[in-house]
Design a protein around this ligand. Structure first.
Ligand SMILES: CC(C)(COP(=O)(O)OP(=O)(O)OC[C@H]1O[C@@H](n2cnc3c(N)ncnc32)[C@H](O)[C@@H]1OP(=O)(O)O)[C@@H](O)C(=O)NCCC(=O)NCCS
Length: 302
């Protein structure tokens, strides 16, 4: 296939980039402050805690120069034996367009050994992923801002919502698996532990949920799973109301309709977009994301 990157041998342990020789090391070995500085250098709002959480959930590599300065990173998150997401692909601005990201991605792809892969590509990274045989799937809208006029009361009758408790975790993980395309129970457990969640129950059965946790400049709502805009709205409404005059973010594939309108009316305007892309693993069945995934956990985690 045209443009296909065949990774049939491990990538080299070092690479000469301009006058710099870069070395690869595992992401765990990286200094957290340096990793934070790297993400800040490309304008990302992640906190050290967010980066540590990503390290706890995934694996990956950093590039560093001869005197230990961190110059790049790339991570992957193994949600299932045959499926992973990719994220934290960063090259220090002064060293971009020298092949660092491609080199780190070769390491990641080698480790992923044939898994189905999904990622959310920024504009700057599309060419890279396209040349590595990732195919475009859909646009993701990064909605964020200071919450205004948070409306906790809906005009129509509201479905039964309650705060999620520990005993709901299995049902949340199951509903998420149907929407995300594969079960990511371990990750949902970790997110659940640091989130406030609301669930919509009908006949005692969980039909929609939204988690919300501290992240970046404030809080992020996600994942959000629901079968309709009305249900999705019902489970995010209280999170939005709870963060009036605070910074809130939600990454969604939903562009129009009541859900999107509510977000923009609440102050969560579309700040940026990324392109969800996927790459089919050799011999793996396709992993299909459902239309009921209204909110992502994060760009890196899907
Ligand atoms: C995207 C990013 C990681 C690329 O890193 P890099 O080390 O410059 O990438 P490479 O040098 O390995 O280049 C890989 C390909 O991307 C292209 N590319 C690099 N930067 C680009 C840019 N700003 N715009 C368009 N294409 C770009 C290169 O030309 C190359 O394509 P080619 O092989 O067909 O010539 C880097 O620009 C970056 O850190 N951006 C900010 C963070 C970000 O958006 N990360 C992606 C998250 S999904």
């Amino acid at each position: 296939m045209a443009g296909r990157q065949v990774v049939d041998a491990p990538a080299s342990e070092s690479k000469l980039i301009d006058s710099f020789k870069m070395h690869v090391a595992t992401i765990e070995s990286a200094n957290l402050e340096q990793l934070h500085a790297l993400s800040v250098s490309v304008g990302w709002p992640l906190r050290s805690e967010d980066l540590q959480f990503l390290r706890d959930c995934g694996r990956g590599y950093v590039a560093h120069d001869d005197i230990g300065r961190l110059t790049g990173s790339a991570m992957w998150f193994p949600h299932a034996d045959d499926f992973a997401t990719i994220g934290m692909v960063i090259t220090s601005p002064r060293l971009q367009s020298n092949g660092t990201a491609r080199w780190l991605m070769e390491h990641v792809l080698w480790d992923c050994c044939g898994r189905n892969l999904r990622l959310n590509a920024t504009r700057a990274s599309r060419r890279l992923y396209h040349s590595l045989d990732f195919q475009p799937m859909r646009t993701i809208y990064q909605c964020q801002g200071i919450v205004r006029q948070a409306d906790s009361t809906a005009t129509t009758e509201q479905p039964p919502i309650r705060r999620l408790e520990g005993e709901d975790l299995a049902a949340v993980a199951e509903l998420d698996a149907g929407a995300f395309g594969v079960s990511r129970t371990a990750l949902i457990g970790k997110l659940f532990a640091q989130s406030v969640g609301y669930g919509l129950f009908r006949g005692g059965r969980l039909e929609a949920f939204a988690l919300c946790r501290p992240f970046g400049r404030g809080h992020v709502i996600g994942p959000v799973v629901a079968d309709s805009d009305a249900d999705a709205l019902a489970v995010i409404r209280r999170h939005v109301a709870a963060h009036e005059n605070q910074f809130l973010r939600l990454d969604t594939p939903v562009e129009t309709g009541p859900f999107a309108t509510f977000l923009s009316q609440s102050g969560l305007a579309v700040f940026d977009t990324v392109l969800a892309m996927s790459r089919r693993g050799k011999g793996c069945a396709d992993v299909v994301q459902g239309s009921n995934l209204y909110g992502l956990a994060s760009h890196a985690l899907g």
